[in-house]
Design a protein around this ligand. Structure first.
Ligand SMILES: *Cc1c(COP(=O)(O)O)cnc(C)c1O
Length: 358
């Protein structure tokens, strides 16, 4: 059986991108962020290319357990931590580390009776106002964790940047200095930088860096592609042409007939749609590669199909290969045409799409 739509994951591109991380942060330890099924690339596929990193991070305990059940032995940080004693037990059983971001978690740890200990990363809320202890609470939380019988020492310290992808904003400088002011006196390992921090804010590079999107070859910045940083795309998203037909002036194409033919047009119908994770809101003009040549999306994206203007590719025929994004067509560009960010496109590839590895 040939699957129309498939995503090809290039493991050597991940290794290349990790080498780039090391160029930007030669002294730092690397925590590879592989949450959300490794940004849609396949958790257990991506870890095969992570020999050169020092730890990985996922959002949820279930993701960490999946790694352990697959035999993954390296350090795993759970970015969302835990909310209950049952979850704390899971963390300990599976040897997972946890972000501590609230007093409730510290209370659970203090009340925990077993002998086993948890490794923790205390998180400062330096301005994002999502997870983390406030500046004025931090030293008290730190002391409690230091004296807590169920916590491995030493602990590690972290914060998360809210606006590092905006190189004109002064928020990042403020967040970095707020974090440094609070943690300066502590000797422990510290971590600030996500991909945008690594690439644009050298002062955010500390003991540990936490790259996510750049490992997949993609830029965190709206106006730049991964290529401009020497990154290589890891996921290429492919399908094929189903039909080629002639459309006359005045004919409309697709649901609601939003695209009306202005000149005699060769139309291509491609087996990809929002049921595969191709964005429903991709605008007319969004580039698609047919036989490696750029053509433009016309009409609305359906669940299983899209339509493109093939007039410039008169030899194209049913069965010919199509690239939706990846090598030769940056996912950043497709995100731009869909008013979204590449993260959502990568995470959004659906179960129907066959995942292959090279
Ligand atoms: C997702 C995440 C990262 C990685 O972010 P990228 O923008 O993909 O590099 C780093 N740290 C935390 C806490 C995260 O949630």
């Amino acid at each position: 059986m040939i699957n129309s739509a498939y995503a090809l994951i290039n493991l050597s591109a991940i290794e290349h991108n990790i080498a780039k991380v090391k160029e930007y942060a030669p002294q730092a330890k690397i925590m590879a962020v592989i949450k959300a099924n490794a940004y849609g690339h396949g958790l257990l596929t991506v870890v095969k290319a992570l020999a050169e990193v020092d730890a990985v991070a996922v959002a949820r305990i279930s993701e960490g357990i999946r790694l352990r059940n697959a035999g993954f032995k390296d350090r795993v940080l759970i970015l969302e931590g835990f909310v209950s004693v049952q979850e704390l037990e899971d963390l300990i059983i599976y040897d997972l580390e946890a972000v501590i971001h609230s007093w409730e978690q510290i209370e659970v740890l203090k009340a925990y009776q077993a002998k086993q200990k948890l490794s923790v990363w205390l998180k400062l809320d330096s301005g994002m106002n999502r997870l983390g202890l406030k500046v004025k609470e931090f030293s008290a939380a730190y002391q409690q964790l230091q004296s807590c019988h169920s916590v491995n020492q030493p602990i590690s310290l972290m914060t998360h940047l809210s606006s590092a992808d905006d190189v004109n904003s002064d928020v990042t400088v403020q967040q970095i200095s707020r974090f440094n002011d609070v943690v300066n006196e502590y000797p422990d390992d510290k971590s600030i930088a996500n991909s945008a921090g690594l690439l644009a804010w050298p002062d955010s590079i500390t003991d540990w860096v936490r790259p996510g999107i750049m490992l997949y070859g993609v830029s965190p910045f709206q106006d730049k592609n991964g290529k401009e940083f020497g990154l290589k795309p890891v996921m290429s998203f492919f399908s094929r042409l189903l039909a080629v037909k002639d459309i006359a002036i005045g004919d409309s194409v697709g649901y609601a007939g939003t695209w009306v033919c202005q000149k005699p047009t060769k139309l291509g119908v491609i087996a990809i749609g929002y049921g595969d994770g191709y964005p429903r809101y991709a605008k007319p003009g969004t580039p698609v590669l047919v036989n490696g040549q750029r053509v433009s999306l016309v009409g609305r994206v359906s669940m299983d199909m899209i339509t493109v203007d093939l007039t410039s590719e008169s030899k194209a025929k049913a069965g010919d290969p199509v690239t939706l994004w990846g090598e030769g067509l940056a996912v950043e560009e497709i995100a731009h045409y869909s008013d979204t960010i590449p993260y959502t496109l990568l995470c959004g590839v659906t179960q129907r799409v066959e995942m292959r590895t090279k």
